[in-house]
Design a protein around this ligand. Structure first.
Ligand code: B12
Ligand code: SF4
Length: 348
């Protein structure tokens, strides 16, 4: 079989299926395995127990999916046009929701497309071994994408590309086909440290090393209990995820807008007042976050995060009134965050 021709076809089919770039990596991740272990040893994963659970499966693709010898790595851009997010971030009455979460959840959409790509290959060559993933199993997605040449891992630990920045998702197909591999690209962070300097909670503790326990993305999405007080003020109005390290990255000047309608903002989430979102009842929350990544945290943590945003907002009748409607909300977690927020306004 002409595997080089097959790879050329895979890239073509990948782009027809909406991927901006598709490339091939082998499965040796020795150095990344070492970094992953160090990260876990330092406890940087916090409560994300799933990061520690799978032994070496995450860094050894063939232990997750036997017979895997290559990985087809794919990138899909998610940056929506016409979102004035910097303006929202700077307006303390507004709720900042990270860019990846404004539209539909990416997992299902991308996995379906990758599975179609897998099937397209099958139509061409007959039965072969493959399995598609999008953050759906222990996979070191960024390391594999870096190997495949989809970009380099930046100091903020995200994958970025010279002509596309970092506003994209990653997914992959593990396969037993002996495809010719692509070459990694060179690193282009240079002496820039903008992401490290801008991080509101100093979560990037050294270049390429993120203490997730301090990252606002972790605090607002992964952490189940109370958000430690030390991080509440620095969170500002970031109520779901955080983009600061990407917003400041000079390579994101070159980012392209997404072609996927599904990633466009829904329900005006790109421009909503904190008060308005905090006043949604649970039914409204469930209805408006259907199919969105925001659904994952549930209503209680949604209120927890918004209470912090309201604690950091300028004091006004509307803010105080909204907070007071929740002082007896039947959740100790919400009540405590509401009390903290009211305290911020009393302190003024
Ligand atoms: C756990 C996780 C998180 C955690 C921890 C992040 C992290 N850096 O690990 C939290 C909740 C904080 C998080 C946040 C976000 N995430 Co996330 N997350 C993941 C997940 C599930 C695993 C990442 C992982 O393997 N971590 C393990 C640690 C060890 O990896 P690492 O910190 O990147 O370290 C690597 C390198 O930096 C290097 N390294 C480490 N130390 C050193 C030291 C030196 C000296 C050197 C040279 C290198 C080096 O090796 C390590 C291993 O490869 C992936 C999906 C997946 N299955 O891969 C998505 C993923 C990384 N997340 C993604 C996104 C979009 C985000 C957010 C932007 C969402 C948001 N807006 O809020 C933020 C960005 C925060 C940030 N600066 O990283 C995308 C990133 C796409 C891209 N362009 O890179 C992914 C790939 C999901 C996807 N399928 O698209 N995430
Ligand atoms: S996402 Fe925000 S909190 Fe997390 S590392 Fe980047 S700037 Fe820091």
């Amino acid at each position: 079989m002409d595997y080089q021709q097959l790879v050329n076809n895979i890239k073509l089919w990948g782009s027809e299926l909406g991927f901006q770039k598709t490339a091939i990596a082998d499965i040796r991740l020795d150095q990344h395995e070492h970094y992953l272990q160090k990260w876990l040893d330092q406890g940087f994963h916090g409560e994300m127990e799933y990061m520690a659970r799978h032994g070496t499966k995450r860094s050894r693709p063939h232990e997750l999916q036997p017979d895997t010898i290559r990985v087809i790595s794919a990138r899909m851009d998610y940056l929506a046009a016409d979102t004035e997010l910097l303006q929202i971030l700077e307006d303390p009455d507004k709720a900042y929701i990270s860019r990846y979460a404004l539209g539909r959840d990416y997992h299902k959409l991308m996995r379906k497309r990758l599975t179609r790509l897998g099937k397209r290959i099958e139509e061409e060559i007959g039965p072969y071994g493959y399995r598609a993933f999008v953050d759906s199993a222990p996979v070191l997605e960024k390391a594999l994408a870096e190997k495949a040449g989809l970009g380099w891992i930046g100091k903020h630990t995200l994958l970025l590309d010279r002509s596309a920045g970092s506003w994209f998702f990653l997914g992959e197909i593990y396969t037993d086909l002996p495809l010719p591999v692509d070459q990694p690209v060179t690193q282009h962070c240079g002496s820039c440290s903008a992401c490290i300097d801008v991080c509101p909670t100093q979560a990037i503790v050294a270049p390429y090393q993120l203490d997730a326990r301090k990252c606002i993305s972790y605090l607002t999405i992964e952490l189940h209990g109370p958000i430690p007080e030390a991080y509440r003020k620095p969170m500002g109005n970031r109520v779901f995820g955080c983009d600061d390290c990407q917003l400041v990255c000079p390579w994101n000047r070159f980012a392209q807008f997404t072609a996927e309608d599904d990633f466009n903002p829904r329900h005006r989430l790109q421009n909503s007042d904190l008060v308005e979102l905090f006043c949604w009842d649970e039914q409204t929350y469930l209805a408006r976050t259907e199919g969105s990544p925001i659904r994952r945290i549930g209503y209680e943590r949604w209120l927890r995060n918004l209470a912090i945003g309201l604690g950091n907002a300028p004091t006004s009748e509307a803010v105080l009134k909204a907070l007071r409607t929740r002082t007896n909300y039947p959740s100790a977690l919400v009540q405590e965050h509401v009390q903290w927020a009211l305290q911020q306004h009393r302190a003024h």
